[in-house]
Design a binder for this molecule. Structure first.
Ligand SMILES: Cc1ncc(COP(=O)(O)O)c(C=O)c1O
Length: 361
């Protein structure tokens, strides 16, 4: 592969010894579940986001289900969610007993807007899941001003910033994934819920632990869903580097601009006032198949992540049939992720752009 879609190894290489020492510390301690590493990382990550609480869970999908339940979502409720996002954003809703209601996105920013959310609200709407897709930061405060609590799905937005602050502290609660390819990734599965609402944090802590405080008495039907000590220790080594990696991702975006990519495709556009730490660098082109074959011929990594939006997936038929989302369809048809990492060089960006230019896409 001339330029890979991701590079997760190079940024972590200088941290290998420190991470190995952190792993050894946990192994030597004999404490693997809900111990001091998880507590410390929860405090550090909450502080990073500017939220009062963080609750470590097993992955970003459980984080959404647990956060929604902690926010009081249950049977009979509706939860508004975009259809142009990773499947888990919507998949996490039915296990709460609530119904997903799909809303559209702005195909320029790939994020929901107040207008697209407003169009999906009904008297049964209990919450809105706002996805900071590809690292762009959706307008959370404006959407919450519509009078409905917002759960930020921030799985792709670690390191991003906005005029209102960092994702994770913009809405009622937020969820994170530490899947290895994410901007902040662990060595397996991991997730987090951040919130400044004490009641939500407390319910989330109970839900992740079988609905219990002591594993003897059970107040809720919950989950066995915890971030483990090893992953927390690994994440603690990485967190101080997240902002530098985010700067690297933004620099990579500038390399593409300097190489003239904007003459060939629609560049990703930050929402007003945001500085995205591009998790995926997703460009748009009306004849995207030509761009795909040009990049494939030059062995440049590329991927269409959401060609079939969620509301048209078979598993979502009960809630997605008949839903019409023109912005979503346009984004689904025209988007393509091209290489992005904190260490993507100008030379690599030049190579990607030359491949696209050679095919005169
Ligand atoms: C937007 C979004 N939401 C939710 C998830 C689910 O996270 P996980 O894979 O950790 O369950 C992911 C990533 O995988 C994601 O990209």
């Amino acid at each position: 592969m001339a330029v890979g879609l991701f590079d997760t190894r190079t940024p972590l290489a200088p941290l290998r010894e420190e991470i190995a020492a952190a792993i050894e510390r946990v192994v030597a301690s004999g404490s693997y579940i809900l111990g001091p590493e998880v507590s410390a990382f929860e405090a550090e990550f909450a502080g990073y986001c500017g939220a009062s609480h963080a609750v470590g869970v097993a992955n970003g999908t459980d984080a959404i289900t647990i956060a929604l339940r902690a926010m009081g979502v249950g049977p009979g409720d509706e939860v508004v969610v975009p259809s142009f996002t990773f499947y888990a954003s919507a998949e996490a809703i039915p296990p709460t007993g609530a119904t997903p209601v799909f809303c559209d996105i702005d195909p320029v920013t790939y994020c929901v807007s107040t207008e697209t959310v407003r169009a999906a609200l009904t008297p049964r709407t209990k919450a809105v899941i706002v996805v900071h897709l590809f690292g762009n930061v959706a307008p959370v405060a404006e959407i919450e001003a519509l009078g409905v609590p917002v759960l930020e799905d921030a799985a792709q937005a670690a390191g991003s910033t906005s005029a209102a602050g960092r994702p994770g502290a913009l809405g009622t609660a937020a969820t994170w994934s530490y899947f290895p390819s994410k901007n902040l990734g662990c060595y397996g599965d991991g997730g987090m819920i951040t919130t400044s609402d004490e009641g939500i944090a407390e319910r989330a802590r109970t839900l992740r632990f079988h609905g219990s405080h002591d594993k003897v008495t059970y107040e809720l039907v919950g989950y066995n869903s915890r971030l483990d000590e090893l992953q927390a220790a690994i994440l603690r080594v990485q967190l101080p580097h997240l902002d530098a990696w985010a700067d690297g991702r933004r620099a990579a975006g500038r390399h593409y601009e300097e190489a003239g990519l904007g003459e060939l495709v629609r560049l990703p556009q930050p929402t007003d006032g945001s500085q995205p730490a591009w998790h995926l660098y997703v460009v748009g082109h009306p004849d995207v198949a030509r761009l795909e074959s040009a990049l494939a011929a030059a062995e440049i990594g590329h991927k269409a992540y959401y060609r079939t939006p969620i509301h048209r997936q078979a598993a979502m038929r009960a809630w997605g049939a008949g839903v019409e989302l023109p912005g979503t369809e346009e984004a689904a048809r025209t988007h393509l992720a091209i290489p992005m990492s904190p260490v993507l060089t100008q030379a690599q960006a030049d190579q990607v752009v030359a491949a696209a230019r050679a095919a005169r896409v």
